[in-house]
Design a protein. Sequence first.
Length: 88
Amino acid sequence: MQQYQIQDYHALRSNCTTLSVDGATIGLPSLMTGSAKYNEGNGLTVMEKAAASATGWPSRIFMPTDLGNYLGSLTGDQKPAAVSAHNK
C-alpha cells in the first residue's frame, strides 16, 4: 500500500474532499453546480464549525459527508452510479 502526503494540505481549502472535487470537475465541469446549499460542515463538532466560521467559511464543499449528500441528491444524467464513503 502506498501513502501520499498532500504538501499544501489545509483542512478547509485543500483536503481529500476538495482535491477529489477538483479532479472530478476537470472531466465534468458542471458537476458542482448547485452544491453550495450542501456546504454545511456535516461531521464537524460545534467547536470546529465555530473555528471554521471564524477563519472564513469556505465557499465550496469541503467535508466528505456534505459531498456525499450533494452527490446523492443528483438526478438524471448527473446521478452517479454509486456513492460510498470510507470510514476508519
